[in-house]
Design a protein. Sequence first.
Length: 334
Amino acid sequence: MKMKITNFILIFSAAAMIALPSCKKKDDETETDPYLDGSISFELPLFLTKGEVITLTPKGASNPTGDVGYYWYSSWNEGRDTVKLESQAGDGSWTVTVPSETGTYTITGAAFAQGYTSISSYADFTVVDPDLEGSVKSAGYQKDSTTFLDQRDGGLYYLTTVGGKVWMQNNLYYSGSGVSYEKSVAMDKIAGRLYNWNEAVEACPEGWHLPSDSEFAALASASAGQEYSTGEIFTGAAGGLMVDATFNKNKMWTFWPEVKITNSTKLSALPFGYAIDQEGTVRFTGTLQYAVFWTSDNDEDTGVYRYIYVDKNNVYPADGDKESFLAFVRCVKD
């Protein structure tokens, strides 16, 4: 029996990519000052790497009688940084180095002009550390693990051998296709990239391949100590594939009595969910609830994927559209 994933709420996102509008009043403004026209916005990834340097460009604010100036606030620095006076040329762009400590921070951008009430907007983002035992701790792979270096883009993968097959312990993050988790490149090494089925069958490096459902069955058999067949639910097998890890000190798989997380296979599955591509708009969902992996099995329009749900000790099969459903990839050595 195959089950389908539908209607799940994203509960993991820490920020918004487009800054949210708000209003701030300067000390010398009066209640009768009109607001500047429009609303200020800027694009900010949900996740950034510690110490990363970014440049933000504000948009949307205008002055009916002249130009505008811009200043910025950050939650980790005191005071504001005025990058442009209304009498100066420029677009108000601001270059800043994000904190070197992981955590969630806020940036606020504001437009101002003499005789007008300033308008502002803010956005949160989360700083991550992609290094081993950085943002993700206790992932199940260590510095002395056997590794594979993908010569195409320098991706480093930790390996485990289960049932005579060599599997990658971390999700594929080949940059030649797929999409970054929450469209944040900073998450590639941490979460892996998400691929549609057509991309997934071509994404593994030379000498590796997308596993078939029968190879997942063999993996689950090694996990649970019983034999499974292609296409069926692998009952009692999820705990041996899941790893009890944390992300920025927050537990990822929440505790459920019926699921004993052992990671006995060293597959180190983490619940980064899945995504749906709706005519170019990618929606990420299922984080902290699902680990979802493509198989090479397919029919005319759909590919078969395997998924784990947080409160069930089973590995389920399901069908996803080859173009619009996006899942993670684990490669198996030929």
